[in-house]
Design a protein around this ligand. Structure first.
Ligand code: NAD
Length: 406
């Protein structure tokens, strides 16, 4: 049965149909293993009362082979129609071919939040002394900023026209040999992601939302992003959100139950803060480019992309596409050796999004146990003393076995 959205609320039946894209390269190794783990976790949580019906949809190389195009219309339609779906990594051909399917899907489906939770799993090798202090979720804006793809080569007709316009009309001189890119950040775009981040923080009892921006320099884009979210909190969340300033001036530094703190940090300082004072941060909301950088930096702090989940979500239509955050790593493809952790954990987030929280808990507990047993794929095994290096499928099977006594 289909997941539906009525009056702005998502309804998940006991046997939802969830489309999945296998993905290119290592997608063919990790996706079947991840689906097997998901089925086992759902069975464990609900004893047959609930079950997912997986619907294979095509994108990337497989779609090109079978349908003659990398992103068939019916794939986009299925993601819309079934509301929640999951995908493996898709290759972007370098220097020609087709443009990034990931970016296209985010834009076409208006999946305005790139949702990236980052936390530590005991036993995973990390460069930090206390990786466990980092437990954040990044809400990266997915549709605007310099990533909107509005740019022209230095010698193109368009960029020459823009440079002439700026010179003639606005008295702004740009070097002739400059390429031009445009950085749009809107009030509406900033407001909807600010709202999604605050709502999420309130729903899941998180402590704070931090706006990461470079508004001191880019006043009318990143500065706007920050101001809009503060204004949103002031107008729509007066009872539940307090600013850092209010926290010291009015509340003596103590946050009352059910309230969250809204703060902001300049982007460069944010990188330092997450290394030096990780426990002070919780939900982070950022424009596209900052969000991209900080997501990978945070993932590195807890041991890398092999274990970093993600999703692309429109919190208004509820359409969500969860995904492994790494790429298709072609040199490892078909060898049954790659870590399926990112895909499995993305599924755990997907189940939480469907409010099947029990499934997420089971997956996380079992994966943690498997890592603590040092039963891991090559990427982790080479960094853990005494580890047993296992294949992608053995890692998945061990996670399933470790669900037995939960
Ligand atoms: P990549 O993430 O595919 O791989 C880089 C390296 O990271 C690999 O060689 C491997 O050593 C390691 N790695 C990646 N995933 C791992 C895993 N699950 N377990 C263990 N080690 C892992 O990055 P790339 O080589 O830059 O990109 C390859 C292709 O993937 C490109 O076409 C790129 O455009 C695409 N890509 C897709 C996505 C996506 O679908 N969301 C994201 C990033 C890159």
């Amino acid at each position: 049965m289909k997941i539906t959205v009525e009056n702005g609320k998502m309804h998940v039946p006991n046997n939802p149909t969830i489309p999945y894209i296998t993905g290119d390269g290592i997608g063919r190794d990790i996706t079947p293993v991840a689906l097997k783990v998901f089925d086992a976790a759902v069975e464990k949580a609900y004893n047959g009362q609930r079950k997912v019906e997986w619907l294979k949809i095509l994108a990337g190389e497989e779609a090109l082979e079978k349908k003659g195009e990398p992103l068939p219309k019916e794939t986009i339609e299925a993601i819309k129609e079934y509301v929640v779906s999951i995908k493996g990594p898709l290759t972007t051909p370098v220097g020609g071919g087709y443009r990034s399917l990931n970016v296209t899907m985010r834009q076409v489906l208006d999946l305005f939040v790139c949702f990236r939770p980052v936390r530590y799993f005991t036993g995973v090798p990390s460069p930090m002394k206390h990786p466990e202090l980092l437990d954040v979720i990044i809400f990266r804006e997915n549709t605007e900023d310099v990533y909107a793809g509005i740019e022209w080569p230095y010698d193109s007709k368009e960029s020459i026209e823009i440079k002439n316009f700026l010179k003639d009309k606005l008295n702004v001189n740009i070097k002739e040999n400059s390429g031009i890119g445009i950085k749009p950040i809107s009030i509406s775009g900033s407001k909807r992601i600010g709202k999604a981040a605050i709502d999420y923080a309130l729903k899941y009892g998180r402590k704070s939302v931090t706006i990461m921006h470079k508004g001191n320099i880019m006043k009318y884009t990143e500065g706007l992003f920050k101001n809009v979210i503060y204004q949103l909190a002031e107008e729509e969340y007066k009872d539940t959100v307090i600013t850092e300033k209010e926290l010291t001036e009015k509340y003596n530094g103590k946050v009352l139950d059910g309230k969250i703190v809204l703060k902001d940090r300049i982007a460069d300082a944010m990188f330092q803060q997450l290394l030096l004072r990780p426990s002070e941060y919780d939900i982070i909301v950022a424009p596209n480019l900052n969000g991209d950088y900080i997501s990978d930096a945070c993932a590195a702090q807890v041991g890398g992309l092999g274990m970093a989940p993600g999703g692309n979500i429109n919190f208004n239509t509820h359409i969500a596409l969860f995904e492994a955050t790494h790429g298709s790593a072609p040199k490892h493809a078909g060898k049954n050796e790659i870590n399926p952790g990112s895909m499995i954990l993305s599924g755990a987030e997907m189940f939480e999004y469907m409010e099947w929280d029990e499934v997420k808990k089971i997956i996380i507990t079992a994966i943690e146990k498997t890592i603590q047993e040092k039963y891991v794929t090559y990427d982790l095994a080479r960094q853990i003393d005494g580890a047993r290096k296992v294949s992608t499928s053995d890692f998945g099977d061990r996670i399933i076995k470790n669900m037995e006594d939960i």
